[in-house]
Ligand binder design. Structure first.
Ligand SMILES: O=C(O)CCC(=O)C(=O)O
Ligand SMILES: [Fe+2]
Length: 253
């Protein structure tokens, strides 16, 4: 029998039904993914169980209290944890991306590299009194993003979404999306968004910036130019010098 790992993807509940299905059927998806705002292409889906969220929060707090060296999640958030610094990239985030998110994203966002995800930047953002309380409007360095609420108990902090940042008046009619612990919000990285101020309590969210080198190698999603690459470690910012191998398609489907 395989020894269970501390962080096993079996903790991802209903999505496990997608395992082994290279192409989830629309009927299966309809039961798994609820469109939160069809025209904005924002979706909500269950990702983690409540006990898993609690265990992860505990681990994050232990790490926060330790004197291990820590980087910042991104240029906007001052508090939180990079998942690779916790050693959770390989056992948790990579299988989540490859086995669960990839087939889903391929169906929901085929035009944004959903079928070509090959790296990620995963971090937890933290909002608390006396620390960060809100997040300004921005777009992500990602083709696609999943944002999962982990807890704890809090009020406020809803996400708001506009259109793609390149569009004129992209923030004209923002859509507010409340957090539900254990559930994830899917959106396009280039979609303008931010977080309303925290009311009370502490909010921790797992954010995974999903990247498709096949898309970003052609056009950097941040500067909208052909990327001028420099070497980096690990996934870097998700660009590659070599194109990922092509996928053959059946002409009859
Ligand atoms: O506060 C949040 O949950 C949103 C975080 C976010 O959009 C980001 O870090 O890119
Ligand atoms: Fe973001």
């Amino acid at each position: 029998m395989r020894k269970p790992r501390l962080w096993d993807v079996k903790d991802v509940p209903r999505l496990t039904r997608l395992v082994g299905r290279p192409k989830p059927t629309p009927a299966l998806l309809a039961d798994t993914v609820r469109p939160s705002a069809e025209e904005k292409r924002i979706y909500r889906l269950p990702v983690f169980t409540a006990p898993f969220c609690q265990a992860l929060l505990q681990e994050l707090e232990h790490f926060e209290q330790s004197d291990m060296p820590k980087g910042r999640p991104n240029t906007m958030n001052n508090y939180g944890v990079l998942l690779h610094e916790l050693g959770l990239d390989e056992p948790l985030v990579t299988p989540l991306r490859e086995r669960f998110l990839q087939p889903l994203m391929a169906l929901l966002y085929p035009d944004c590299g959903g079928g070509w995800l090959d790296s990620h930047r995963a971090f937890v953002v933290k909002y608390a009194p006396g620390q960060d309380r809100e997040l300004g409007c921005h777009y992500d360095n990602a083709e696609l993003t999943i944002n999962v609420a982990l807890g704890k108990a809090f009020t406020g902090g809803a996400l708001y979404f506009g259109g793609l940042f390149q569009a004129p008046s992209a923030l004209a009619r923002p859509l507010e999306v409340a957090h539900v612990v254990g559930q994830g919000i899917l959106h396009r990285g280039g979609q303008l968004h931010g977080a309303r101020p925290l009311g009370t309590g502490e909010r921790w969210n797992l954010v995974i910036w999903l990247r498709a080198s096949a898309v970003r190698n052609r056009l950097c999603p941040m500067c909208c130019r052909t990327p001028d690459l420099v070497d980096d470690e690990g996934f870097g910012d998700g660009f590659t010098r070599e194109e990922p191998t092509t996928v053959d398609l059946c002409v009859l489907t």
